[in-house]
Design a protein around this ligand. Sequence first.
Ligand code: ADP
Ligand code: MG
Length: 313
Amino acid sequence: AIPLVVAINTSLAARNGMLVRDRIAMERARTLDTVVFDKTGTLTEGEQGVVDIATVDGVSEDEALALAATVEGDSEHMIAQAIREAADDRGVSRRTATDFEALKGRGVRATVDGERVYVGGPNLLSELEGGVPPALERFADRAGENAQTVVYLVREDERSESSKVRAGTKRHASREGEPVAAFALADVVREQSYRVVDALHELGLEVAMMTGDSEDVARAVADDLGIDTVFAEVLPEDKDEKITELQEQGKSVAMVGDGVNDAPALTRADIGIAIGSGTDVAVQSADIILVQNNPMDVVRLVKLSRASYRKMQ
Ligand code: ADP
Ligand code: MG
């Protein structure tokens, strides 16, 4: 009789906007303790666009944008798309670059005119071990308070003779590994995300958020949504480790995500749930797919699982 119940369950799920790839996961949903949400693209719609730019003395906004768009030329990341769009909107043309490289969860880098150039977030900066010039730090603080994501432009061999000669202009006062510009990107929280946390709490579940984004942005979004546990600045290779830590506390954990970087965590979780519009890798790693990209469907999933379990007894 159980398989029949599960089958009914699955078609019910389909009617509720869920694609069930693993029926057992559907059953497990009734015993969940914790739901961990990825931020960008899951609770939020994804980066919407560049809303502000700051530069150090001697670098113009257009120059910074042109260079950043060049380095982001090969990346499919939403941040890359937003930066390329901003450059196009301003009519600044990209330069030629080689050696494109994605630095997972950190940013990107490429070689432009023999100079190594990076675009990335706080994780990148801590790896490059350069400080942040005060003007850019103030800019980032303000953006963070507004829940805007900040990425930085870093030129590696800034002080080398060759780059001075090549550029033929006076160089600004930036140190090795220090960013010369910062971009603020505004994202929009999905309307449905506002009700998810309360609804899950009512079902007795804990809600957490995990993101590669900075601590202050994560905090601002989490406070807005009423999420109490936040894992910020988590590198992609560490996301599944966080799930394991929760499981080691005896918790049954669902992970909800959309990105390539979420795939290992989706696999590791007791239930992996992918946003339907997410990347192929995320969708393939998940047990359940939210076809309508609606985080509220996680609530429906738990309710459905509990209701069908009661029927079985
Ligand atoms: P999330 O966990 O929020 O989905 P990611 O793991 O994709 O985010 O990225 C984490 C952080 O790494 C971003 O917030 C950004 O700071 C940086 N990053 C990743 N990819 C890029 C890129 N192509 N350009 C600039 N920054 C990037
Ligand atoms: Mg994401």
